[in-house]
Ligand binder design. Structure first.
Ligand code: VG1
Ligand code: CO
Length: 580
C-alpha cells in the first residue's frame, strides 16, 4: 500500500538538539516517506492493525497532525489514551516521543494507555489541555487481524473539525521527516510523573476526571439511593472493552451497585474476539439476559471506546433515536445539570424525527447535522445545544464534546429513578418500557430502523449510489413510490450555522409527504470494502399502532427502499448484516 520501507530504514537519523522546544531533550529527525490513503473518515483514521503497524505508518499521521497544527502546539500539553485494543501501548510510546520532539511540554496519558473517548474529552476540558489523541477504532473488532484507529480532539474536547482533518491529510501526502525525541519508553503502568529535561509525562487514572465531570451533571446520592432499592437491578455489559473500569468505579464503587452487575468488565486487546458494538446483533449475550423471564430491570451496553450506548428494559429495546428524544424531554426535571432548561437540541440527519417533536414542544432551537459527532461541537460552544444524539447508539450532552455511553446510562437511571420517586419499594415499578410508551403516547412514535450491509465490494456500492443519484435527479415532488408520495429527494448538505462551513454529499434522502424517509449513506468508519447503510423512518400518532413491532410497521417502506435502490441487484446481498 504505502511507500517501501527499505529506503526509510537505510538512512541514518540526524540529531538536532535545536529542534527541541523544551530544554534537555535530544530530538532525532528521522526521514520518512508518505503513505497513501491516510485520510480520516467519520471519526479519525481507521485501518487494519497490520497497516498501522507498518514502519512509520502511525508516526507519519501523527507527525502530519503536528505539522498541520504548526507553532501553536509549542509548550502545550497533550492528552493521550485509547480503548485498550491491540497495538495501543506501542502506539502510545511512539506518540509520546513525537509529542516531545515536536515541542509539546507535557503528555497526560491514561494508565496502561487506557482512556474512554468521553473521558478523553472530559480530561481535555477539565485540565485545559491543548488537545488529545484517542487511539481507538471504536466498535470495530480489535487484534492483529482487525482494526486500529486514531483521532485528534481539539481544545474544547471536540473531534477535530474538517478544516483540520483536511489539513492533516494534506500533510500526510508530503511528510518527509519525523521529529522524535530520543527518550526511552515510559512506564505507563503506574500513575505518576516522569521527566525528561523540561518535558514530562504524567500517567493518570483514566476514570478520575471523567467521574468528576459526571458528578457535576448527575445527582449521585439520589442515584445511589435508587440503586439500593431491592426491587431494582441492572446489568452493564462492557463487552470486554474500555468501559469495564469505568462501570466498576462509577456504578459499583460510587453508586453502590453489586460488582456482579458489570458484565465482561476487563478490557481485552481483542475484545475477547468479539465485536464491541452495542446493538441487538453484537450484544447478543446482554439481549439474552434482558429477554429472560426473570431479567434485571435495566440493561445497558457500551462500545469499544465507551462513547456509544444501548439501553434495554425487560424484553424491551430503546431505539437510540427515541432515547435522545426521551432524555431531552425529561432532562430538565430529572438531571440537575439541565435544571435551567435546554439551550437547544440536535441530531444527525439520519436519526429519526422523534427529537424534533420534543424540541417543538419545549420551544427550543433544533438542528439537523451530518453524521459524525464533530458537527455538534460548534453548536454547543455557541450555547445553542445541550443534548444531542445519533441513531447509531450515540447520545450526549454539552458537559463534554463527545458522545458519552455512561452519560446515557446515568441519564436513563435518573429518569427511571425520578419516575419511581413515589413508588414504594415492592410497588409497581415504572419500567424503561413504561417511560418509552408514555413518551410515544404524548408525542407519537417515529418508527425507525437501520439496515447495514457490511463489507460490500466498493465498486458495487458506488454503482448503487450512482443509480440512486440518477433516480433523485429525475424525481419530482408528487411522484409515487409504492404507496408513498414524494415530497423531496436530495443529497443532504449542511451549512454550519456558526462558522458557515459546508459539508456536502452527506446522504441520499427520499422524504415523503407523510414525513416518512428513506436514506442511504456509505459508512465512513470501515477499514475495508464498503458498508451501505439504509435508514428508514415512518411516523404514527395512531394510538392503535404505537405498540407495533418496528420491522412490521416499516415493512412496506423498506420494500420501497430496496426496490428504488436495486440494492440486491447491485450488491448481491439479499439480507443485511445488522438490523437495528
Ligand atoms: C458511524 C455512525 C456515526 C458515528 C460514527 C462514529 O459512522 O454511523 O453516527 O458518529 O460511526 O462512531 P459511519 O460513517 O460508519 O456511518 V464511533 O462510536 O465508531 O466513534
Ligand atoms: Co465508539
Amino acid at each position: 500500500m504505502g511507500a517501501g520501507g527499505s529506503s526509510r530504514r537505510g538512512k541514518a537519523a540526524v540529531t538536532t538538539p535545536a529542534m527541541a522546544a523544551v530544554a534537555g531533550l535530544n530530538v532525532k529527525d528521522l526521514p520518512t516517506k508518505p503513505y497513501e490513503g491516510q485520510k480520516t473518515g467519520t471519526s479519525g483514521l481507521r485501518k487494519k492493525t497490520k497497516e498501522f503497524m507498518q514502519e512509520n505508518y502511525l508516526a507519519n499521521w501523527v507527525q502530519s497532525l503536528f505539522c498541520a497544527l504548526g507553532d501553536e502546539i509549542k509548550g502545550q500539553s497533550l492528552g493521550l489514551g485509547g480503548d485498550g485494543r491491540y497495538f495501543g501501548k506501542e502506539a502510545a510510546q511512539i506518540i509520546i516521543k513525537l509529542a516531545a520532539g515536536n515541542g509539546f511540554k507535557k503528555v497526560v496519558v491514561g494508565q496502561n494507555a487506557l482512556m474512554a473517548t468521553p473521558a478523553a474529552s472530559a480530561l481535555i476540558r477539565r485540565r485545559k489541555l491543548y488537545g488529545g489523541l484517542i487511539m481507538s477504532a471504536s466498535h470495530n473488532p480489535g487484534g492483529p487481524d482487525n482494526d486500529f484507529g486514531i483521532k485528534f480532539n481539539y481544545t474544547g474536547g471536540e473531534p477535530a473539525p474538517e478544516r483540520i482533518t483536511d489539513k492533516i491529510y494534506g500533510e500526510t501526502t508530503k511528510v518527509s521527516v519525523l521529529h522524535m525525541a530520543d527518550i526511552p519508553d515510559v512506564d505507563l503502568s503506574k500513575v505518576g510523573v516522569t521527566k525528561f529535561g523540561d518535558f514530562e509525562v504524567e500517567v493518570v487514572d483514566p476514570v478520575e476526571d471523567y467521574l468528576a465531570t459526571l458528578q457535576s451533571v448527575f445527582d449521585f446520592p439520589l442515584l445511589k439511593s435508587f440503586l439500593a432499592r431491592r426491587d431494582f437491578s441492572l446489568v452493564f455489559d462492557a463487552m470486554h472493552a474500555v468501559t469495564g473500569p469505568y462501570a466498576k468505579r462509577i456504578l459499583v464503587e460510587e453508586l453502590g451497585a453489586p460488582a456482579s452487575c458489570v458484565k465482561d468488565g476487563v478490557p481485552s486487546p481483542d475484545f475477547n474476539g468479539g465485536h464491541p458494538d452495542p446493538n441487538l446483533t453484537y450484544a447478543e449475550e446482554l439481549v439474552k439476559i434482558m429477554w429472560a423471564d426473570e431479567s434485571p430491570a435495566f440493561g445497558a451496553a457500551s462500545d469499544g471506546d465507551g462513547d456509544r450506548n444501548m439501553i434495554l428494559g425487560h424484553k424491551f429495546f430503546v431505539n437510540p433515536s427515541d432515547s435522545v428524544a426521551i432524555i431531552a424531554a425529561n432532562a430538565q426535571s430529572c438531571i440537575p445539570y439541565f435544571k435551567g432548561g435546554l439551550k437547544g437540541v440536535a441530531r444527525s440527519m439520519p436519526t429519526s424525527g422523534a427529537l424534533d417533536r420534543v424540541a417543538a414542544d419545549l420551544g427550543v432551537p433544533f438542528f439537523e447535522t451530518p453524521t459524525g459527532w464533530k458537527f455538534f461541537g460548534n453548536l454547543m460552544d455557541a450555547g445553542k445545544c445541550s443534548v444531542c444524539g445519533e441513531e447509531s447508539f450515540g447520545t450526549g450532552g454539552d458537559h463534554i464534546r463527545e458522545k458519552d455511553g455512561i452519560f446515557a446510562v446515568l441519564s436513563w437511571l435518573s429518569i427511571v429513578a425520578a419516575k419511581n420517586k413515589d413508588v414504594p419499594e415492592g410497588g409497581q415499578l415504572v419500567t424503561v418500557q413504561d417511560v418509552a410508551v408514555a413518551h410515544w403516547k404524548k408525542y407519537g412514535r417515529n418508527f425507525f430502523s437501520r439496515y447495514d450491509y457490511e463489507e460490500c465490494a466498493s465498486a458495487d456500492a458506488n454503482k448503487m449510489v450512482d443509480h440512486l443519484r440518477s433516480v433523485i435527479a429525475a424525481a419530482k415532488p408528487g411522484d409515487k413510490f409504492g404507496d408513498f408520495t414524494l415530497a423531496t429527494a436530495d443529497d443532504f448538505e449542511y451549512t454550519d450555522p456558526i462558522d458557515g462551513s459546508k459539508a456536502s454529499k452527506q446522504g441520499l434522502r427520499f422524504i415523503f409527504t407523510d414525513g416518512s424517509r428513506i436514506i442511504f449513506r456509505l459508512s465512513g468508519t470501515g477499514s475495508s470494502g464498503a458498508t451501505i447503510r439504509l435508514y428508514i423512518e415512518q411516523y404514527t400518532s395512531d394510538p392503535a399502532k404505537l405498540m407495533l413491532d418496528a420491522q412490521e410497521a416499516l415493512g412496506p417502506i423498506i420494500k420501497v427502499a430496496l426496490e428504488v435502490s436495486k440494492l440486491q441487484e447491485f450488491t448481491g446481498r439479499s439480507s443485511p448484516t445488522v438490523i437495528t
